[in-house]
Design a protein around this ligand. Structure first.
Ligand SMILES: Cc1cc2nc3c(=O)[nH]c(=O)nc-3n(C[C@H](O)[C@H](O)[C@H](O)COP(=O)(O)OP(=O)(O)OC[C@H]3O[C@@H](n4cnc5c(N)ncnc54)[C@H](O)[C@@H]3O)c2cc1C
Length: 418
């Protein structure tokens, strides 16, 4: 076998991409990961806890980071994107562009640069719900464990101050974008998903009412590494949240938005109800759903949360979220489908369970891949480009890992041009 044939390119360093990389390298392939963020881990990094066990994702991620670190067969480029791929199964020429981090491998994560940096930017990890210094560690267990300088301060005195404060000569303000060319035998496309844009579902108040947030934002609001240190506080006034309405299918199963079910959102909201319930015994969670989708082994999790008397599940379609004229808090209105009655509930916070859309819904790379009606990637049988994880369909972490393991085998097979 040629060197190129033994090599697999993995685009996207989320849980799916990392799993494929680890499995493929442990089976003898060489792997190059290309990740656009300054860290690996993808959207799992932003979760507070995993359903159904309710453990923090940190432990699972840490094991994966360790396996990647210990493997001589994986090279990971962060802040990187593929700019071209040409060829066929068994032989692809690939070009990657790597954006400057302005921080080199000398970085120990000591944080001296951030101490002197006064400029703040919206925190990308927390969806801009807080700010971070423009010299920042993406999150406390970031892999690679290295600071990043935001491009907005490059060329300013602020950047020079950061450089002077670094005791390890780790800041390089002259860094430029670099191009990497390589040959690989197969490509695994694992670019994952994006939350559906909640501003498009305008009748649900996102963007106009400060106390209406999305499910992905709520994960950060509950996380110890989030904008409020894990205290669930209202964005509008910082008050402790004691009641939350979870609006299911916010834009999902709707011909005007995402016609499909993401399959994960009901479980995510049940899990998020437990975030609020465990913080305060008097807190209340109201879940408004069309159908609860908690299939297979997740049924028990649904039953457990449902038994809590302070969690109310109502089969309903929410028609409007507005500002309650009396309290100023969000008011959720709709129809209780099983009772045939109107629903009206004022709460401290509304969480919209937005669906999962593939990153490839808007930009479809012109490669040997197919796309379904919603932009999810399919793969023709003889293609050397193999999709993995949520870029194929919405799925939870366990399913993503299974799918990515299968993709590793398929990719190794395709490196041989078969
Ligand atoms: C609100 C919510 C809560 C959830 N909670 C749970 C839970 O508790 N338990 C559970 O099992 N699942 C949960 N999930 C599902 C879980 O988030 C997914 O299963 C998981 O993120 C799938 O991983 P992935 O690697 O396929 O995609 P992603 O996590 O999206 O990773 C894709 C990676 O590819 C990178 N990328 C994208 N485009 C490019 C590009 N062009 N070039 C280079 N890199 C690129 C991205 O930056 C990212 O790092 C939840 C989902 C939602 C919506």
């Amino acid at each position: 076998m040629s060197d190129a044939q033994r090599k697999v390119l993995v685009v996207g360093g989320g849980i799916s991409g990392m799993t494929t990389a680890i499995e493929a390298t442990e089976a003898g392939a060489e792997v190059v990961i290309v990740e656009r963020n300054p860290y690996l881990g993808g959207r799992v990094v932003q979760l507070n806890q995993y359903f159904p066990k309710l453990c923090p994702p940190a432990c699972g991620l840490e094991i994966n980071f360790r396996r990647i670190k210990q493997s001589a067969g994986v090279t990971a480029y962060t802040l990187a994107q593929v700019t071209s791929i040409a060829g066929a199964a068994g032989g692809y020429d690939v070009t990657i562009t790597v954006q400057p981090r302005y921080v080199n491998d000398n970085c120990t994560g000591c944080g001296k640069c951030a101490e002197v940096c006064e400029t703040e930017i919206p925190d990308p990890l927390n969806f801009g719900m807080n700010t971070v210094k423009a010299a920042y560690l993406p999150h406390p267990m970031a892999y690679p464990f290295k600071y990043v300088l935001d491009p907005s301060i490059i060329g300013t005195d602020e950047a020079k101050k950061c450089k002077e404060a670094c005791p390890y000569n780790a800041i390089d303000l002259e860094m430029q974008p670099t191009t990497v060319s390589l040959q690989v035998g197969a490509v695994v496309w694992a670019t994952g998903w994006d939350p559906y844009d909640a501003t498009k579902v305008d009748y649900l108040g996102f963007g106009s009412l400060p106390d209406v947030i999305t499910s992905v934002m709520f994960e950060r609001l509950a996380a110890p590494t989030g904008p409020t240190g894990g205290k669930i506080l209202r964005p509008s006034d910082g008050k402790e949240v004691r009641s939350v309405a979870f609006v299911q299918c916010a834009g999902s199963r709707d011909e005007n938005h995402l016609p499909y079910c993401s399959g994960v959102c009901c479980l995510a909201s049940l899990k998020q109800a437990s975030y609020i319930r465990e913080r305060n015994p008097d807190s209340k969670a109201f879940i408004f759903y069309i159908d609860v989708r908690a299939m297979g082994k997740y049924e028990d999790f649904y039953t457990k949360i449902e038994q809590d008397e302070n969690v109310t599940l109502t089969k309903s379609k929410i028609a409007r979220v507005s500002k309650d004229p009396e309290t100023g808090s969000p008011l959720v209105e709709g129809e209780d489908i099983s009772q045939g009655a109107k629903v009206k509930q004022t709460v401290d916070l509304v969480v919209l369970a937005v669906g999962m859309a593939p990153g490839t819904a808007s930009v479809k790379p012109d490669l040997e891949m197919g796309y379904d009606d919603f932009g999810f990637v399919t793969s023709p049988g003889d293609s050397g480009i193999v999709p993995a994880g949520c870029v194929k369909a919405p799925m939870e972490v366990a399913a993503s890992i299974q799918d990515a393991t299968g993709a590793a085998l398929k990719a190794i097979h395709r490196t041989l041009g078969r």
